[in-house]
Design a protein around this ligand. Structure first.
Ligand code: SAH
Length: 353
């Protein structure tokens, strides 16, 4: 059975046409399923001709994820372990902030990029997620938040779930078609109606995919995981650096600057005694000189898969000051959810919850 969540509204219109229904109903179908915050099987009826409601029920399944378990961090972040129909597992994280909730979603089961510091990479790539499996993560988490009654989220129930980051398991640009379709559904005004500004895609630096994505959605906010200033050293922690150089990344940033006003977010994970020297900070500043970027410093989150160590907070602040002094906007992201292995680079979808 086809999942309803696999279809963009355009594709739903084609389906309506092929099944002798008027395409005007596509909006109402989308609205019922994505916007009403209610399980679709209760609400599908509203505003639709009876025959159409039945045809949708007969033809489509809905979410293909089942919630296996969840863990709540001291900071309120909640990590969800979802089971897929083929028995694989993926993780997503809901991160409450002062005014909103951000969901960090996965694009693949595992990842083929092999970054040495990342727990997900140790799984290898099992497969890419379907559009429906990507969309379902947000849909399931939205439903879940609404139905909580005794949970730290309770106070946050009224916060909008407004931001989505493709920073969970997987390299989103290795699954570009489904990620593109999912973004379409996220921003569809009759779908989830997210603002494109509040969606962000992070890549390890797969340049052909990045250029294609920018062609498809020029204003999509992009984050690039740089993590080193020298190609050879970068390749020791990120195998993708053997194929695509920092120079190519910089050229892609120039391209982004030419098509959108967005700032690219440069992600830099600080690993003790590897890429955290002040010389690194100065080189990073000189590499990015003149580029319209914001720098996101992330403390390395230790995991059981590698021996890297994290950096002291005071050291991160000194590192950031060097970048500030060169005029860059710098954010230090103290990862949330580290106590539940829900922070960056800690997602491994192990059934230990
Ligand atoms: N594949 C994409 C998105 C995945 S992860 C990418 O590489 O960008 C999101 C961010 O977490 C990336 O910047 C990634 O490099 C970073 N990350 C991975 N492992 C980490 C760890 N152990 N500690 C901190 N950040 C980590």
């Amino acid at each position: 059975m086809v999942s309803f969540f696999d279809l963009t509204q355009e594709e739903l219109k084609n389906w309506l046409l092929n099944n002798n229904f008027n395409i005007v109903h596509s909006k109402q179908c989308f609205r019922n399923i994505y916007n009403l915050n209610l399980p679709p099987w209760n609400e599908l009826a509203s505003g639709l001709p009876l025959g159409l409601e039945q045809a949708i029920r007969d033809h489509f399944s809905f979410t293909d994820l089942s919630l296996d378990s969840f863990l709540i961090s001291k900071d309120g972040s909640t990590k969800f372990l979802f089971k897929l129909t083929d028995g694989n597992f993926i993780e997503s994280v809901a991160i409450p902030e002062s005014k909103r909730i951000t969901v960090c979603i996965s694009s693949q089961v595992g990842c083929r990029q092999g970054c040495k510091f990342c727990a997900t990479s140790k799984l290898g790539l099992k497969r890419s997620l379907t559009t429906s499996e990507i969309v379902s993560q947000v849909w399931m988490i939205k439903q879940w938040i609404q139905t909580q009654s005794s949970h730290p989220f309770l106070a946050l129930k009224h916060l909008p779930l407004s931001n989505i980051v493709f920073m969970g398991m997987g390299e989103p640009l290795d699954n570009i078609d489904n990620v593109y379709k999912a973004i379409n559904i996220f921003i569809d005004e009759f779908g989830f109606n997210f603002s494109l500004k509040r969606i962000s895609l992070s890549t390890a630096g797969y340049i052909p995919g990045l250029l294609r994505m920018i062609d498809l959605i020029p204003n999509l906010p992009i984050a690039i995981s740089l993590h080193e200033v020298d190609d050879t050293r970068r390749a020791t922690i990120m195998p993708i650096a053997k194929k695509y150089s920092i120079d190519e990344i910089l050229k892609a940033i120039e391209k982004i600057e030419s098509v959108t006003k967005n700032e690219v977010l440069i992600q830099y994970v600080l690993i003790k005694d590897f890429n955290d020297s002040f010389d690194h900070a100065r080189k990073l500043a000189s590499l990015l000189k003149g580029r319209r970027v914001k720098i996101n410093l992330i403390p390395f989150n230790e995991n059981s898969f590698c021996d890297f160590k994290t950096v002291e907070e005071s050291h991160m602040i000194e590192f950031s000051k060097i970048l500030f002094s060169h005029g860059f906007r710098v954010m230090i992201r103290f990862s949330k959810g580290a106590d539940i292995s829900g922070a960056c680079g800690q997602l491994s979808a192990k059934k230990t919850l």
